[in-house]
Design a protein around this ligand. Structure first.
Ligand code: SF4
Length: 168
């Protein structure tokens, strides 16, 4: 896919944490039109559609989400995940600056297809990092998620950073 100079410059003004996602979205729209060159209008259209909610003052925030086990969610309201996030402890301890939780959802049941679908929605809200909840990864009351690796790989293939774990 070719990019005109104006389109390329406009893309460079998109906040870094969503630039990769913006490039993909723009190219997808241009392909849908049967064209092979991105023009400035294509970038501004996609910006309006997906990124308009991100004000300049918000662009430095880190946005995180947590995906957790559907089975475990029947007995766990997620208190420990939120406690860790709110206190920036355990797997949330390394964040610097302003951090916002923008999503907290279950995988939808084995093999975790909801995570595949929700990743796209979350990206529209500028998510940078998705944590796999500790309940997916630990052998305790419930077995470790047999699909965790696949879920992680899929999230990473969308350009998202994935952290394994939340509260322990
Ligand atoms: S895919 Fe993994 S996280 Fe989701 S319900 Fe099955 S075991 Fe739990």
């Amino acid at each position: 896919m070719k990019w005109s100079e104006e389109a390329q410059q406009a893309l460079e003004r998109v906040p870094g944490f969503v630039r990769k996602m913006a490039r993909r979205a723009v190219e997808q729209e241009v392909r849908k039109k049967g064209l092979d060159t991105v023009e400035l209008d294509d970038v501004t259209t996609v910006q309006g559609k997906y990124l308009g909610y991100i004000g300049k003052e918000e662009s430095d925030k880190t946005r995180v989400a947590v995906v957790r086990c559907e089975i475990v969610s029947e007995v766990c309201p997620g208190v420990a995940c939120f406690k860790s996030f709110n206190r920036r402890e355990n797997h949330f301890a390394d964040y610097q600056g302003e951090v916002e939780m923008v999503g907290f959802f279950t995988c939808g049941g084995c093999p975790g297809r909801r995570a595949f679908r929700l990743a796209d929605s979350l990206m529209r809200y500028g998510v940078d990092v998705v944590h796999l909840s500790s309940c997916m990864l630990l052998e305790e009351e419930y077995p470790r998620c047999p699909h965790a690796k696949q879920i992680k790989k899929m999230l990473e293939s969308k350009g998202l950073k994935v952290v394994e774990g939340t509260h322990h």
